[in-house]
Design a protein around this ligand. Structure first.
Ligand SMILES: *Cc1c(COP(=O)(O)O)cnc(C)c1O
Length: 223
């Protein structure tokens, strides 16, 4: 088996205080997750509903599951009973559905708004203007079963470190703007989720509070 334990500690040793690790376990077997769990890791991220459901059912119940992928509205009901955070909310429609399903479960689900900043056309997420519009419209203020905890983004998948840094700085500036304008009195709005295996060091330098790391802990994914 891949040496999850030492790779996990290698990553953890580089995270300053205030930066939490979401261990991205998609496509990796339960025994890999159990190895990280045995070392104290409790936050794991998955991007497919069925895979998450199987893992949630068979693994320890005190794991905090984050849904990190693109989520179709018709899948929300399956994860609503147990998911801790949905990281990639990119529409009002999805936000409404999460609120509705969380209400049916008598829960509050934490969410992040996903920003589209990367230059690649295929990435999901809200443009900065679309995100401003969603927040300005204010419907979210009435939603009692979601808690907007911050912003999430993926930088472009490129070698150019300066481009990655620019995109993350754009996200951080935008976070500051939104925090001041809509969440100044809301201590729960405090998360900046960026940084993956290849760019988490830049993410830490640009104010990330939550890095999402898979490959650097669990090795290459087998699809
Ligand atoms: C898969 C994935 C990650 C982790 O990527 P690695 O390069 O394996 O660290 C992080 N965030 C999202 C949204 C992902 O889908």
């Amino acid at each position: 088996m891949y040496d999850v334990k030492s790779h996990l500690h290698e990553v953890l040793s580089q995270l300053p205080q205030g930066v939490r690790l979401v261990a991205i376990s998609k496509y990796h077997p339960n025994e890999y997750i159990e190895a990280a769990y045995a070392e104290g890791q409790r936050i794991f991220g998955e991007s497919h509903e069925q895979e998450l459901r199987q893992k949630h059912t068979s693994l320890p119940q005190d794991i905090e599951w984050h849904f990190i992928g693109h989520l179709q509205t018709n899948k929300v009901k399956y994860i609503a009973p147990y998911v801790t955070m949905i990281e990639a909310v990119d529409s009002l429609k999805l936000l409404r559905e999460i609120n509705k399903q969380a209400e049916r479960c008598n829960r509050v689900i934490k969410v992040l708004l996903e920003l589209h900043i990367a230059e690649e056309a295929t990435k999901y997420g809200l443009t900065l203007d679309a995100c401003r519009e969603l927040l300005e419209a204010g419907e979210w203020r009435q939603m009692q079963h979601i808690q907007i905890c911050g912003l999430m983004m993926m930088a472009s998948f490129v070698d150019d470190q300066e481009q990655i840094r620019r995109e993350m700085l754009t996200a951080r500036d935008f976070y500051d703007e939104v925090k001041a304008r809509y969440f100044a009195d809301d201590a729960a709005f405090c998360e900046r989720s960026w940084g993956m295996s290849d760019d988490y060091r830049i993410a830490i330098e640009t104010g990330s509070t939550m890095v999402r790391i898979g490959t650097a802990i669990f090795g290459p994914r087998v699809y």
